[in-house]
Write a protein that binds this ligand. Sequence first.
Ligand code: B12
Length: 473
Amino acid sequence: MLTLINTNTMTPPIAPVGLEYLAQATIQAGTDVDILDLCLEEDRSTALADYFSRHSPDLIGLSLRNVDDCFWPSCRWFVPDVIDLIESLRSLTAAPIVVGGVGFSIFGAAIYDLLPVEYGIRGDGETALPALVQAMRRERDLCSVPGLIYRSAQGIQANAPAWPTDICLHSRRDLVDNRTYFKRAGQIGFETKRGCPRQCLYCPDPVAKGTLARLRSPQEVVQEIQALVDQGIHVLHTCDAEFNLPYDHALAVCHEIVRQGLAQTIQWYAYLSVVPFDAALASAMKRAGCVGIDFTTDAACATMLETYAQPYTKADIARAVTLCQAHGLIVMTDLLLGGPGETPETLAETIGFMKQIGPDGVGAGLGLRIYPGTPMVDHLRHQGPMGTNPNIKRKYEGPIDLRRPTFYVSDALGPEPARLIKDMIQGDPRFFEPMDESSVSRDHNYNDNETLLNAIDQGEQGAFWHILLKARV
Ligand code: B12
């Protein structure tokens, strides 16, 4: 028997869709699976003790969705909590432990090295975990388990990541208490594909999910949405890094939602790249029940867009916003301010352009989380030793350790970059300002966000950014 544990206890709580897909695939492969969802437990230590007094699993799987909250002002790192959890588990059970999840997969062996566990799995879990179960029954070798990370006499071994191209889930979405999550988060996720072929400077998605877009069949995706609707869940959020990559697949999913008659029943939100996006996609999304789009915009200044390796221009950003407005879609643009080469002038250009084109919301995020394996790390190597690079910011002592929250904030923005950005925003209510230590701001860190929690408590539903925008009116 296998016990899967959700370790992500951030609030508002996000339903562990990865763990649910994984549980289903492992059950289908013939192993009994139980899910211990720590996020929904009031008293976690009691829940653990109680659970292990009644169950003796052969293997425990821990899901590590978030290694940190990826937010410069807070720098909240979750690895110490996970280590504490592992230590508690060791006192309650002798079962071996495997760790996986997207946060874990960004770092792979580097983060495994910090965790006192037997195994890690980097990449998708649906084929890898059943393969590990087989290996533990001595039906196959550890070296043949996709994505497996383990210790051997030769040191840490890391098999090639598990990124199968055939993703067929047929999930009924009934293994996690999605109804409770829906009540507490105002939306539930669904995935249409995995992986990203782009190489944006800072993004770890290709590192964690692979560089190939691996598509799910639109029919199967919409059957899954129907399963959620059958449970009374009708407000949804895509779990794709960017819904419109590839464009044809996004259109196909929209058409299938309409074809299966769900367009009038559901309301959904998605992250999108600024390109490819046109009237046909905007219209198809609207007709399929989409309410709002959050564009990974990053900047609106040619030099910064080039630095981030974004394949679009300011004109594309303006067009995307206008198209959303024309089709009645709420639109948010998320900025990544303070990257390499950012100056007060480039900031002013980006912020000024956002004010001019007028999306409903603008996320003014400050600081790039530096992830290993991304082009950002190569870029930094060319700037000399990281330890003496004045643009690298962190809140821990000792040598630079990218497993911990480590950020890039351009030194050219001076000692108070958040204040500089706020001064440029000038209280424009559409902006989520970066938070600094000296004042209260309207930031959009979803980790433990009181405004968000209160609004959901009052019955608000939708993407977190949309709920926060509505809370301002
Ligand atoms: C969609 C999304 C959101 C949506 C979620 C909507 C929803 N209702 O689900 C919203 C906008 C709410 C959101 C919020 C946040 N997010 Co987010 N999000 C994502 C995104 C794009 C998809 C996550 C997802 O559900 N994937 C689909 C599932 C099926 O995949 P999966 O979880 O990886 O699971 C698979 C494998 O990892 C593996 N697996 C999973 N668990 C286990 C366990 C074991 C034992 C094994 C073997 C395998 C395994 O098998 C699964 C199936 O193959 C990811 C990036 C990405 N591409 O994954 C970022 C991502 C997870 N988010 C991230 C962050 C930082 C956050 C926030 C903290 C941001 C903030 N400060 O506000 C919050 C946290 C919210 C919370 N309470 O947890 C980061 C985490 C990075 C890090 N440093 O750890 C990511 C990676 C994005 C990024 N590149 O920066 N997010």
